[in-house]
Every structure is written in C-alpha cells, then in structure tokens.
Design a protein. Structure first.
Length: 169
C-alpha cells in the first residue's frame, strides 16, 4: 500500500487541497455552501494552522484550526463553560477524499489539530451537520463531547441542523 502521512500545510499544497475539496463536495456535499472559491475557503485569514494528509504525492485530506468569531458552537461553549473566546479555537475544514478513507487519516488530522491546540492552552470546538454521520462517528470515537445543537446558515437564507462538539478536556 502507498505510504500515507499527515503533515503541516505548505503553500505548494494548495492546488492539491483544492482538488481534494472539490472531489469531497462531489461525493459528500461538503461543504454545503459549495466550492466556488476553494482557495479562500481553505485559506481564510482566520486559519491559525492547517495540516494535510498525503498518499504518495497526492493531497487527500485537510484540516484547519481557526480563530473563533462568536460562531454558534463558540458562543454556546463560552456560555456553557463560563470560558472566553481567548481560550477557544475552532476545528474546521476536515475532509478526506473517499478513496483514502478508513486508513485513520481523519483521525491523524484530528490528532495534529488537537496537539496544536493543547500545546497552546486552547479548547477546540466544532459544529458538524447532522447529515455528516461519518464525521460525527469519528468525533465520538475520539472522545469529543457533544454539548449542544446549532443551525448552520448558508447561501440564500438556507439552514441545516448541526451539532456542537468540544475536544476532550
Ligand atoms: C469524516 C472523515 C474526514 C473521516 O475520514 P477517514 O480518513 O475515513 O477517518 P478514519 O479512517 O480516521 O476513521 C473512519 C473509520 O475508518 C476506520 N478505520 C481507520 N483505520 C482503518 C483501517 N486501517 N482499516 C479499516 N478501517 C479503518 C475507523 O475505525 C473509522 O471507523 P468507524 O467510523 O466505523 O469507527 C471523512 O469521512 C470525510 O471527509 N467526510 C466528508 C466530509 C465531512 O463530513 N467533514 C466533516 C466536517 S465537520
């Protein structure tokens, strides 16, 4: 089997990460808002750090840790834990293309993000659409805690139900 690794994102990875994202949108409808501008969605200025999964020389997955901006899961967690946004970051943009799944790459991407956050004293939160059952299963298997429900708004006033998770303490 071709070797796979998870490593920090480098600028040269962008075309491969964009191609992988477009593929995942085709197979899974993720992200629901579409992939008209994959580069700006992946490389938003709020990205604090990001990692890629690579099989051979092909980028097959991605995850980012992002600065919070009072989004649903963040404000709910801050209230719930009587914390503040300074101690919270958002795990976002997690995906692995279909042909590379079930090799623990999703898990390793999650580990890279959680190690980063832990070493900076940040608690990670995320929201996930209820339709993304493989991701929910992964978060629960890794001990993430479901703490609330949210509604993800996108496009022309559309919304879809989501659940909020926080990383293990
Ligand atoms: C969620 C997602 C990233 C998981 O990626 P992945 O690389 O398949 O994740 P993992 O391999 O770590 O774990 C998935 C499953 O593979 C299994 N697995 C891991 N290594 C394995 C191996 N070597 N052989 C067989 N199965 C294996 C895990 O046990 C897990 O099974 P389970 O879900 O039944 O417990 C992927 O399904 C995805 O991109 N989904 C669409 C995008 C999405 O929903 N993103 C969430 C945004 S919030």
């Amino acid at each position: 089997m071709t070797a796979s690794i998870v490593r920090p994102f480098q600028n040269a990875d962008l075309p491969g990460a964009e191609a992988a994202l477009i593929e995942v949108h085709g197979t899974d409808g993720y992200p629901v808002e579409g992939v008209d501008q994959p580069a700006s969605w992946l490389r938003s200025p709020d990205v604090l750090a990001a990692w890629v999964a690579e099989v051979g020389s092909k980028i097959v997955g991605y995850v980012a840790v992002m600065r919070p901006h009072g989004e649903g899961a963040v404000s709910l967690w801050v209230q719930h834990a009587r914390s503040d946004e300074e101690h919270v970051a958002v795990l976002a943009r997690l995906f692995v293309i279909k042909e590379a799944r079930r090799r623990a790459l999703g898990e390793k991407l999650m580990e890279a993000a959680t190690d980063y956050a832990q070493s900076r004293g940040l608690r990670l939160v995320l929201d996930v659409m209820t339709k993304d059952t493989a991701a929910i299963h992964l978060y629960e298997r890794l001990g993430w805690i479901r703490f609330g429900e949210a509604s993800h708004r996108y496009g022309d006033d559309r919304q879809i139900s989501a659940v909020c998770f926080v990383s293990p303490a």
